[in-house]
Design a protein around this ligand. Structure first.
Ligand SMILES: Cc1cc2nc3c(=O)[nH]c(=O)nc-3n(C[C@H](O)[C@H](O)[C@H](O)COP(=O)(O)OP(=O)(O)OC[C@H]3O[C@@H](n4cnc5c(N)ncnc54)[C@H](O)[C@@H]3O)c2cc1C
Length: 501
């Protein structure tokens, strides 16, 4: 039996943010994540928008934590070195009859305390966004809106938590949680993986004084294991099209349409890395892993997104599509707090949009709840900052020359679309909580994120991963267990060695 003061279930942006806040304290914290990396759930598949906070219903936790989280994001991005840009957002109104709805959003913004929000008329709007649709009559402008790299935000929070002493157990799936006299018994399965170094599944039992339930679309399952007061999460699927960087400058702000009952509707936005993103749809499903995309869903994304701009440059420019699942709880608000009939069990459930924006504030809020249950000393040696991986493509000439003179691998370009070097990939693998999969490398340094979507660089990346991790290339996967890339060797070749690179 493993004994821990605090166990966090889930290493999405919520679990990672909570882990980082708890790592400021003298506490023994373990994060259990069923995937082979952090940021493998909803946190990897969303719009990447830092909402300013005009949309959430006043008085809700969503509204409070959205506004607080978005105010924290710029400083956090400097401290933890991830990409964030304050590009502003517009909610477009296509019909004079809808001005009332736009004004309602303006009053919500004022009630929620969002700074600088105002209505822009057609002339001013077109100066700001020349490619906006001719149909638009006015828009709500939120200058504090931003865009963020959701992977790097989550990875940065988790890495910083790990550096400050939080333990992460990846490929570890929680099967059950039950109350006992002194806390909670967690039964989990460790799956075979590069980090776990196991031949087959291993059952483990952990005792925790406090459990933090940050399991995304599965958070209702764990809540309902310990409480008589049930909750229910409906996964709400959102599909996207990601467009090539050559059309990334088509808009500069994030363009929303007026929200619907199911959410903020289809947006058109630049990403922090210069692509153009269009989506998402909103379809309820009971399948908690349904992250497939469909021809109909993607056609709808293009059709609805096309309304916002003059001519959506989608033809020939869609480089990939993806889908994410919002964790929609029936009550519609975030559920964050100690469960009334399960002392020491803290829900961080129903974290649908704006969960990414709110994440920094959610971490602080949950740590405050933990302080109330189990007061602890603050660490005097907490490391508040983190240095990200230097991007050679984005560095100035002096930095590039210095890096190359220190290590020639920074001169060897592996991903030709995003100009990612072998030196950066090696850094991504060898950091705390480093990458062990192709997707892990992709999310840390963008190798394979470009127009060819890893068509050219996959074999080279596999060879680098195998070499750095000291395993055979056949063990390298796309995203962990069940996503193997190689099925076997040609008859006349022996395993391993340069021949496979
Ligand atoms: C289509 C879409 C668009 C969105 N756009 C935005 C946006 O622009 N801005 C914004 O602020 N928010 C947005 N969101 C919301 C945001 O993405 C989420 O609120 C946030 O990512 C939730 O993070 P999480 O950590 O709670 O969940 P997740 O990222 O899903 O993390 C939960 C983790 O728990 C793990 N887990 C589950 N079961 C187990 C188990 N049995 N054992 C161990 N681990 C387990 C999962 O593997 C996962 O890693 C969007 C969401 C979607 C779906």
């Amino acid at each position: 039996m493993i004994n821990k003061q605090i166990v966090i279930i889930g290493a999405g942006v919520t679990g990672a943010s909570v882990a980082r806040e708890l790592s400021r304290r003298q506490l023994d914290v373990l994060v259990l994540e069923r995937a082979s990396d952090v940021c493998e759930g909803t946190s990897k598949a969303n719009s990447g928008i830092v909402h300013s906070g005009y949309d959430a219903k006043p008085g809700t936790l969503k509204a409070k934590l959205n506004v607080e989280g978005s105010r924290m994001m710029a400083e956090l991005s400097r401290d933890l070195d991830f990409h964030f840009k304050n590009n502003g957002s517009l909610v477009l109104c296509f019909d004079e009859a809808d001005r009332g709805a736009l004004n309602d959003l303006l009053s919500r913004a004022e009630t929620n305390g969002v700074e600088g929000v105002r209505i822009l008329e057609a002339d001013e709007l077109r100066k700001l966004e020349p490619n906006i649709s001719d149909e638009v009559v006015a828009a709500l402008y939120a200058p504090t809106g931003g865009i963020v790299d959701p992977f790097m935000l989550t990875v940065a929070l988790a890495e910083n938590a790990a550096v400050n002493g939080v333990e992460f157990s990846l490929d570890t799936e929680v099967m059950s949680v039950s109350k006992d006299e002194k806390g909670y018994l967690i039964e989990a399965v460790k799956h075979p993986s590069i980090t776990n170094k196991l031949e087959s599944d291993e059952n483990i039992r952990i005792h925790a004084d406090i459990v933090i339930n940050a399991a995304g679309v599965y958070a209702d399952t764990f809540h309902n294991m310990v409480s008589a007061d049930k909750i229910h999460i409906t996964p709400r699927k959102g599909e996207y099209c990601l467009l090539d960087k050559k059309v990334g400058g088509y808009v500069s702000a994030t363009l929303f349409q007026l929200p619907t009952a199911k959410g903020k509707g289809v947006l058109v936005t630049p990403t922090v890395h210069g692509n153009l993103l269009v989506g998402p749809t909103a379809e309820d499903t009971e399948d908690h892993d349904a992250t497939d995309t469909s021809a109909e869903g993607l056609a709808k994304v293009v059709e609805v997104g096309s309304r916002s701009v003059k001519a959506l440059p989608s033809r020939g420019n869609i480089i990939t599509s993806f889908a994410g699942l919002r964790a929609h709880e029936d009550g519609g608000d975030f559920i964050i707090g100690e469960v009334s009939d399960a002392p020491g069990f803290i829900d961080v459930a129903g974290i649908e949009s704006p969960g990414l924006s709110a994440a920094p504030a959610i971490g602080v809020y949950v740590a405050g709840i933990v302080d109330g249950i189990c007061p602890s000393e603050k660490k005097t040696d907490f490391i508040a900052t983190r240095q990200g991986i230097t991007s050679m493509a984005l560095s100035d000439i002096e930095t590039r020359q210095r890096k190359i003179s220190e290590n020639p691998l920074y001169a060897k370009v592996i991903c030709r679309c995003e100009l990612v070097t072998e030196g950066e990939i090696v850094d991504a693998i060898n950091r705390p909580l480093g990458a062990t999969t192709l997707d892990g490398v992709k999310r840390r340094v963008r190798a394979g994120m470009g127009r060819c979507q890893a068509g050219f660089c996959t074999p080279k990346q596999v060879a680098i991963l195998a070499r750095e991790l000291g395993v055979d290339i056949s063990e390298i996967t796309k995203k962990g267990c069940g996503s193997g890339l190689l099925t076997g060797y040609p008859k006349d070749e022996t395993k391993g060695g340069e021949a496979h690179e």
